[in-house]
Write a protein that binds this ligand. Structure first.
Ligand code: NAD
Length: 360
């Protein structure tokens, strides 16, 4: 049995990946480490089928805590590390950049050192070991109306979040170039799907619209993002974990480019239809002061992972969006239970102008 260490496995993408791995790899044991910040929740890993739950173990560990990480490596001897743990919200990085550097950069270095220590053999590295850095298209910066990011696009991050992810990506590649550590880096576009923390665009809009609360859209809402269903991302990560060339970088994207305002309008229309509630209406949309340094457009060229590993997105956006809406409607308990006091403070501070009259 192979043991896969998943960092940040109680977060949005990490928990979806853990489910995917347990389901598709009956021979895998999964060890999750997570600090359980406001964004991590054990409820995301609940209700696993009984045959799968026994192959999962969870440990509350900060990835920047070197002795605790070393202890996990010595106890479980993982052969793959899939590294999701990160501070991931751009708005929070504008308010608290130091937390991002500690987790995203120092945490990555601690894990890389643990891999070096644990995987080294006299003539190289233990067979089948890989460190997979789960990164973002935001490290490439912003695009004009034309063009797409390829893996050769120079890194030009513009927010403290993306700068910390770019720094971590560079460290990962440096460990490959300097020590030969078997690594891979993936850079994915915006994900959507179940278990996403409700400060991110799609769950935030669903929750607010269901409660007839304002739908805050930054600036003119014409920022373009490329959307990918989280299941497609997980399938891509598994291919990379199992088959990537050491030292390779893969872009992952859905080829679904859309302006934020267009997405919010689509979502409102679909939600209104699903819940048959005419109060769910575009009139709830409020344009709010734009985020400082807001990137205008991201678009991904994902041809390398298609050509080399045969990956293609399988979830059509319209289907994925409807499924996602239905999931949040069926899981309003989950949605409300994970909204911590800290999150509400953050929400009030950033969308203060929208707060009056908002319930809950
Ligand atoms: N969400 C997206 O659209 C997207 C797109 C591309 C790449 N990514 C990358 O994927 C990864 C996961 O993103 P997500 O959206 O699931 O994030 P998330 O914020 O939902 O989850 C992050 C998880 O990491 C944990 N964590 C935070 N700091 C930690 C620490 N110091 N030690 C251990 N655990 C810690 C949190 O508790 C949480 O469970 C991130 O690295 C992010 O950069 C996200």
């Amino acid at each position: 049995m192979t043991t896969v260490l998943v960092t940040g496995g109680a977060g949005f993408i990490g928990s979806n990946y853990v489910r995917h791995l347990l389901e598709t790899e009956p021979g895998a044991k999964v060890v999750v480490i997570d600090k359980l910040t406001y964004a991590g929740n054990l409820a995301n890993l609940r209700d696993l089928p009984s045959g799968q739950a026994g192959r999962l173990s969870f440990h509350k560990v900060d990835v920047a805590d070197a002795p605790a990480v070393a202890e996990v490596f010595s106890r479980f001897q993982p052969r793959s590390v899939v590294h999701f743990a990160a501070e991931s919200h751009v708005d929070r990085s504008i308010h608290e950049p130091q937390v991002f550097l500690k987790t995203n950069v120092v945490g990555t270095q601690v894990l890389l050192d643990a891999c070096r220590e644990s995987w080294k053999v006299s003539d190289g590295w233990q067979e089948g070991t890989v460190f997979l850095q789960v990164s973002t298209d935001e490290v490439y910066g912003t695009l004009g109306p034309e063009g797409r990011f390829t893996e050769d696009t120079p890194l030009a991050p513009r927010s403290p979040y993306s700068a910390s992810k770019a720094a971590a990506d560079m460290l990962v590649m440096a460990y490959h170039n300097t020590y030969g550590l078997p690594v891979a880096v993936t850079r994915c576009s915006n994900n959507y799907g179940p278990y996403q923390f409700p400060e991110k665009l799609i769950p935030l809009m669903i929750r607010n619209a269901l409660n007839h609360e304002p739908l805050p859209v930054y600036g003119d809402g014409r920022q373009v993002r490329d959307w990918l269903h989280v299941e497609d991302h997980c399938r891509a990560l598994e291919l990379v974990r199992r088959r990537a060339r050491p030292g390779s970088v893969y872009n992952i994207g859905g080829g679904t480019e859309m302006e934020n305002i267009e997405l919010v309008k689509l979502l409102v229309a679909k939600l209104r239809e699903v819940v048959a509630d005419t109060a769910v209406d575009e009139g709830l949309i409020r344009h709010v002061t734009d985020r400082p340094g807001h990137d205008r457009r991201y678009a991904i060229d994902a041809s390398r992972i298609g050509d080399e590993l045969g990956w293609r997105p399988q979830v059509a956006f319209a289907d994925g969006l409807e499924r996602t809406i239905r999931w949040y409607i069926e899981h309003t308990d989950w949605l409300e239970s994970i909204i911590s006091g800290e999150y509400m403070d953050f929400y009030e501070k950033n969308y203060r102008d929208l707060a009056p009259g908002r319930a809950g």
